[in-house]
Design a protein around this ligand. Structure first.
Ligand code: PHE
Length: 434
């Protein structure tokens, strides 16, 4: 349950629709789905397994597992890539989650009732143009994240996730029904599911793969840490599959709810990170009981982001506690403050620094690109290589406890398919094949 809470978050509802929109829709969605099941699920199984055998924070788990099997302790650097990726992601994740908190209040105030595209667009621009407001909400989100992390993550999350994910699911279905009543439904669905491969760039393929890692929370140790808390009698394969299915369902349905609104209102599918913040309020503004559903929706979105943000920072906090002899509270305060500070770069990316770019990317874009498209796939593949090539066959067979056929398939996927696929996507993105 906690891992599902980690997986389902802003990645599904905010990020998936906006990058699918920027990368032409259908072909992107198809590549993303292939990556989830061919690369994502096997790597998730590997990551949970490494966590359950390592039973420590990702850095020390990797070191321990490497030494145990007679390999170099330098494998701990794999843990380091993950820990770094985690708090870099959290630094911007918190800023976006802050937008969602602010939308809870705006929607509840009835400000979107009867709104048109211009009004919601203006509201979003006004919000993102104000560094002060963004810092305020970013601070609130970091505060609530670190509050849970400081108290220790067991217990509460699982209970919360148990009602959170189903409720979120129901509300997204409500949105899909609303989308069906708009004039853009057919076009929206076509946009999502008709694969025109001429619309996707080599970089788009990399982004689809990066999104698969991001949305499943794999490649950085979040799932490894939860694996470390996983009892021995739980099936890793079943858990990984059901997480992937729930996660994919939320993302795809979010897309089906959002794109019809985009087309019905003459909006731009590729308008970027603001996409859900300018489409969903339009829906809430024009449907029955919209202010109620809208407020509830943004509250659930904040909770979903919350159950993900905790897992982004937990590997770093666990490492500090286990290595520096600092209390959980102190570790949380220090790391939380550091993450908050880096988040200011993302805040300014939308206003003061929106014109300062490197390789055509703002600080936020760069951070997102580096973590999702490079660090997570790299971390994930190294985990697959470790689990597939370095770990003893008897050990992984024992951990996974699946049928012989399923085990053979998994091992083939982590040993050959995932490393080769990720390598090809990397080479393709830097232009080797074009
Ligand atoms: N999977 C989360 C989401 O979709 C984000 C995340 C990434 C969380 C990596 C933990 C680790 O929102």
């Amino acid at each position: 349950m906690a891992a599902t809470g980690s997986a389902v978050g802003l990645g599904n509802i905010w990020k998936f629709p906006y990058i699918a929109g920027e990368n032409g829709g259908g072909a992107f969605v198809l590549i993303y789905l292939v990556c989830i099941f061919l690369i994502g699920v096997p790597i998730m199984m590997a990551e949970v397994m490494l966590g359950r055998r390592g039973r420590r924070n990702p850095v020390d788990s990797m070191k321990h597992l490497a030494e145990e099997t007679g390999h170099s302790p330098l494998w701990k650097f794999l843990g380091w890539i993950g820990v770094t990726a985690g708090f870099l992601i959290l630094s911007y994740y918190s800023v976006i989650a802050g937008w969602a908190i602010s939308y809870v209040f705006t929607t509840a105030s009835g400000a979107f009732t009867g709104a048109n595209a211009a009004l919601v667009g203006n509201h979003f621009d006004e919000l993102t143009q104000s560094p002060f407001t963004l810092i305020f909400w970013h601070s609130i989100f970091m505060l609530i994240t670190m509050l849970v992390v400081a108290r220790g993550i067991e217990g509460g999350i699982e209970k919360a996730v148990r009602f959170l994910i189903p409720s979120l699911f129901v509300l997204i279905i409500v949105m899909v029904f609303y989308a069906m009543t708009t004039s853009g439904f057919a076009e929206g669905v076509r946009f999502m599911f008709s694969s025109d491969f001429s619309k996707i760039s080599t970089e788009g393929v990399l982004k689809a793969m990066g999104q698969a890692f991001f949305t499943l929370s794999i490649g950085m140790g979040a799932i490894m840490v939860y694996g470390a808390y996983l009892p021995k009698d739980i099936s890793i394969a079943k858990a990984s599959f059901s997480i992937a299915i729930a996660d994919t369902a939320v993302a795809v349905l979010a897309g089906v709810a959002i794109f019809p609104i985009v087309f019905a209102n003459g909006l731009e599918a590729g308008s970027g990170p603001g996409l859900i913040f300018v489409t969903l309020p339009l829906a809430f503004g024009n449907m029955a009981f919209g202010a109620f559903f809208g407020t509830l929706f943004f509250i659930l979105l904040v909770f979903a982001a919350w159950s993900s943000s905790i897992s982004l920072i937990e590997p770093a906090v666990a490492w500090v506690i286990e290595n520096k002899g600092v209390s959980r509270v102190k570790a949380s305060i220090a790391l939380g403050f550091f993450t908050w500070f880096i988040g200011l770069g993302t805040v300014f990316s939308f206003n003061e620094w929106s014109n300062s770019t490197l390789f055509g990317k703002t600080f936020f874009d760069l951070l997102d690109y580096l973590t999702s498209n490079i660090m997570l796939p790299l971390g994930g593949v190294l985990m697959a290589i470790f689990a597939g090539w370095l770990m003893k066959k008897s050990a992984s067979h024992d951990e996974l406890a699946v049928s012989k056929r399923a085990y053979t398939l998994w091992r083939f996927l982590v040993r050959y398919v995932t490393p080769v696929a990720v390598l090809l996507v990397f080479l393709n993105a830097v232009g080797v094949f074009s």
